[in-house]
Design a protein around this ligand. Structure first.
Ligand code: PAF
Length: 302
C-alpha cells in the first residue's frame, strides 16, 4: 500500500490507475479508523480495482468550540486498518498541503443543511462540502463511499455531487454497530466506562421510534416523543434532537409516508453522539386482497 502526503502525487497516482484501465473507489475519512471505515474500504474494494483512502482532519468543518485539536490522530494504526481492509493508496496530507492559502471559495448546499446537525453546528456542512469537493477534484472520476452513520452528510455530499455534475458516484453504506447497538464512531473513544454503558440508549431510542412507525404511527411528533421518552430514561444523556423525517428531503412532513429516517443527537458528558435508522411506513392493509369485503362496508382510513 502506497502512502502519499502531497495532493499532486495523489492525483497523479489515481490518474495513472485510470489510464491503465483501472476503476477507482475513494473512501474519505478523518482517520481514527474503526471497523465502520474498514467496511467502507472493503466495499470499495469489492466494487473497484483500486481503493484510495484519504485521512485528513478537516479544520473547516469544526466549530470554534469543537474538538479539532483533541480529535484522535492515529496514522500508524490507521495505515494498518486501511491496508488490512484492502486499500491500495492512502493520502494523508497536512493542513498546509490542503489549504496552502486562506480559503476564499466554499461550497454551500442549501436547504439540506439548515436543520438537524446543520442547526446545531452552523458552518459544519459548508466545511464538509468544501473539503469533499476538494477531495473529489483531487481524486477525479471515481465511486466514493460514505457511511450512513452520518446520514445528513451523505445526503449533502450526494446532492453536491449531482448539482455540480462531479464525475463521482456517491455510495452510502450501512452503519456498523457494536453488539449492544452503539454505532461505531471515532468519537466513541472519548467516552468514559460509565458513558459507554449509557451510549446504546440512543440506538434503543431509534428502535422505539421505528417500532412506533411500524405499528402505524404517522405523526412525526408522536414518533419524536417515543424516542425522547427512551432518552429520558438515561439521565446522563442530554438530547439535542430526535426527528422523524422524509428519507430523501430530510424535511419533517405533516404525516410520515414511504421511506422515513429517524435521526437523533445527544450529549453524553463532553461527547456529542449522533445516530439514525431507516424505517418504512407500512402501506395500509389491502383488505380486499386477503379478505373479500362485504358490499357497502367502508374500510377504516379509506
Ligand atoms: O465523515 C467524515 O469523516 C468527514 O466528515 C469527511 C467526509 C471525511 C470530510 O472531512
Amino acid at each position: 500500500m502506497e502512502l502519499v502526503t502531497s495532493v499532486a502525487d495523489f492525483s497523479a497516482a489515481l490518474d495513472a490507475h485510470r489510464a491503465a484501465g483501472r476503476s477507482v473507489g475513494l473512501v474519505p475519512t478523518m482517520g481514527a479508523l474503526h471497523d465502520g471505515h474498514a467496511s467502507l474500504i472493503r466495499r470499495a474494494g469489492a466494487d473497484c480495482d483500486v481503493v484510495a483512502v484519504t485521512i485528513f482532519v478537516n479544520p473547516l468543518q469544526f466549530g470554534p468550540a469543537e474538538d479539532f485539536d483533541a480529535y484522535p490522530r492515529t496514522l500508524d494504526a490507521d495505515l494498518a486498518v486501511a491496508g488490512a481492509a484492502g486499500a491500495s493508496i492512502v493520502c494523508a496530507p497536512s493542513v498546509a498541503e490542503m489549504y496552502p492559502a486562506p480559503v476564499l471559495t466554499t461550497v454551500h448546499v442549501a436547504g439540506l443543511t439548515d436543520t438537524l446537525e446543520g442547526a446545531s453546528r452552523p458552518s459544519h456542512f459548508d466545511g464538509v462540502a468544501t473539503v469533499v469537493a476538494k477531495l473529489f477534484s483531487m481524486a477525479g472520476r471515481c465511486r466514493a463511499y460514505f457511511g450512513e452513520k452520518d446520514y445528513q452528510q451523505l445526503a449533502v455530499v450526494r446532492r453536491m455531487s449531482a448539482d455540480l455534475s462531479m464525475p463521482v458516484e456517491v455510495i452510502g453504506c450501512p452503519t456498523v454497530r457494536e453488539p449492544d447497538g452503539l454505532a461505531l464512531s471515532s468519537r466513541n473513544a472519548y467516552l468514559s466506562a460509565d458513558e459507554r454503558a449509557a451510549a446504546p440508549t440512543l440506538h434503543a431510542a431509534l428502535r422505539a421510534g421505528a417500532a412506533a412507525v411500524e405499528a402505524g404511527e404517522t405523526d412525526p411528533a408522536a414518533v419524536r416523543a417515543a424516542m425522547g421518552a427512551v432518552v429520558a430514561t438515561e439521565p446522563r444523556l442530554r438530547l439535542d434532537y430526535a426527528e422523524a423525517v422524509d428519507a430523501a428531503t430530510l424535511a419533517v412532513p405533516a404525516r410520515l409516508a414511504g421511506e422515513v429516517r429517524l435521526l437523533i443527537a445527544a450529549r453524553l458528558g463532553a461527547t456529542r453522539l449522533i445516530d439514525n435508522l431507516g424505517v418504512t411506513v407500512p402501506t395500509s392493509p389491502t383488505h380486499g386482497a386477503t379478505e373479500p369485503r362485504k358490499a357497502g362496508h367502508a374500510c377504516a382510513g379509506a
